[in-house]
Design a protein around this ligand. Structure first.
Ligand code: NAD
Ligand code: UGA
Length: 361
């Protein structure tokens, strides 16, 4: 197939581009940056277009026209950005993505749209007025694509503008499906992790995701900060498992993914952020520690201090993967410790400059 891969230079996009090329597809990749795809930039079946899709002088239409399939990964995807620039998050994640979707509708092209597990928002168990028999019961935190309610916080917690923009885009795709039979598949990722997830703050300005904050702290012996105590939980999914699932969605055997929404995540790897910090520190101490550099302490910081006013958080989110298992036979294989070790090993080897040299005393 000729595949138009938008956001191909990002964390998921770079791994997906590699897989698509390995499977023999021709890929037209669009992104602002090339660093994560540098090793296969001269692949004969890859055309890389370094472009800001917001550029009014540039049009996506001819690229959509030539594609058999469009994959859209473009978004501001780091929570720090939802707090710092909520309007830009809405503009890119909804308005710009809508233009891509409409180009696909006009040209009758199938679209694989990356959305987010954040559309589900908080759990019912987190609501103060909720009167649940057992709020700790995982049933209250397990989200199902076509059944679960969406619970987002108030408008002044502007973290939710990300979830809301993604949710509205999903609803518009669904409406186009009803209106004209438009063919889309929506992916809701649950905390993918792996090599190339993000930059390190010691190397580049900005606000990466939690893994990179903790990795930087381990490299430099500075505190690992738990936002609001670290009791919030996430289900971690290794990028190789995620790409395998995404590739099955791309292949779409017998059209089983037509106009479907899929949770893509591992229900088996649920941990609190405190457990994430502690496990990373244990692995680092055992396998990667530079002699003389102290292991970081683990401290608590408020969400408002860490991210700024308007921060709020998902308390817990576990994917129900019955649908993806049934339709595509996909099952995540990677265990939490192994995926952390593999990701940390990549950062240790790729970012030697970020690691202070060993101290002799
Ligand atoms: P990422 O930030 O690594 O990738 C996004 C890519 O989009 C980046 O390479 C960025 O340069 C590109 N981009 C942004 N603005 C652009 C513009 N104006 N023009 C061209 N390119 C632009 O994020 P990711 O983790 O790879 O996520 C990919 C998608 O999956 C996003 O839509 C995100 O919301 C969604 N998602 C990811 C996760 C996860 O666990 N990684 C979880 C939920 C949802
Ligand atoms: C995650 C992904 O990281 C986003 O890229 C993705 O877009 C989003 O899910 C999504 O599903 O769409 P989140 O898990 O909240 O968002 O973001 P992380 O930065 O990975 O933070 C995880 C948790 O760790 C949050 O509760 C955050 O407050 C906390 N955290 C973050 C810390 O305790 N310490 C830090 O140094 C950084």
């Amino acid at each position: 197939m000729n595949i138009l891969n938008l956001g191909a230079g990002g964390f998921i996009g770079s791994h997906l581009t590699q897989r698509l090329l390995a499977e023999g597809h021709s890929v037209t990749a669009v992104d602002l940056w090339t660093d994560k795809v540098s090793e296969f930039l001269d692949h004969p079946h890859l055309t890389f277009i370094q472009q800001d899709i917001r550029n009014p002088e540039w049009s996506i239409d001819p690229f959509v026209e030539r594609a058999d399939l469009v994959i859209d990964l473009i978004a501001y995807a780091n929570p720090g950005l939802y707090i710092r620039m909520p309007l830009e998050v809405f503009r890119l994640n909804f308005l710009e993505n809508l233009k891509i979707a409409e180009a696909c509708v006009r040209r009758h092209k199938r679209l694989v749209q990356f959305s987010t597990c954040e559309v589900y928002g908080r759990t019912a168990a987190s609501l103060k007025h909720a009167n649940l028999a057992d709020p700790e019961d995982p049933i209250h935190a397990t989200f199902t694509e076509d059944e679960s309610e969406f619970i987002l916080g108030p408008v002044d917690r502007h973290r939710w503008i990300y979830a809301c923009s993604k949710q509205l885009l999903e609803r518009v795709l669904h409406a186009h499906g009803l209106d004209s039979g438009f063919n889309y598949t929506i992916i809701r990722p649950f905390n993918f992790i792996g090599p190339k997830i993000d930059f390190l703050q010691s190397e580049q300005e900005g606000i990466p995701r939690v893994f990179s904050f903790f990795m930087d702290a381990l490299f430099n012996g500075t505190p690992m900060q738990l936002v609001d105590g670290g009791a919030q939980r996430r289900c971690y999914t290794y990028i190789d498992d995620a790409i395998e699932c995404t590739y099955r969605i791309v292949e779409n055997p017998g059209g089983v993914c037509d106009r479907q929404i899929f949770n893509v995540g591992s229900p088996y790897n649920e941990v609190s952020i405190r457990q994430l910090a502690e496990t990373m520190r244990e692995i680092y101490a055992a396998d990667f520690r530079v002699p003389g550099i102290p292991l970081p302490e683990i401290v608590t910081v408020s969400g408002e201090t860490f991210y700024g006013k308007g921060y709020d958080d998902s308390d817990r989110r576990i994917p129900n993967i019955t649908k993806v298992r049934r339709l595509l036979g996909w099952e995540p294989e990677w265990q939490f410790r192994d995926m952390l070790k593999a990701t940390m090993s990549y950062y240790v080897h790729e970012y030697p400059r970020s690691r202070p040299a060993a101290k002799s005393s």
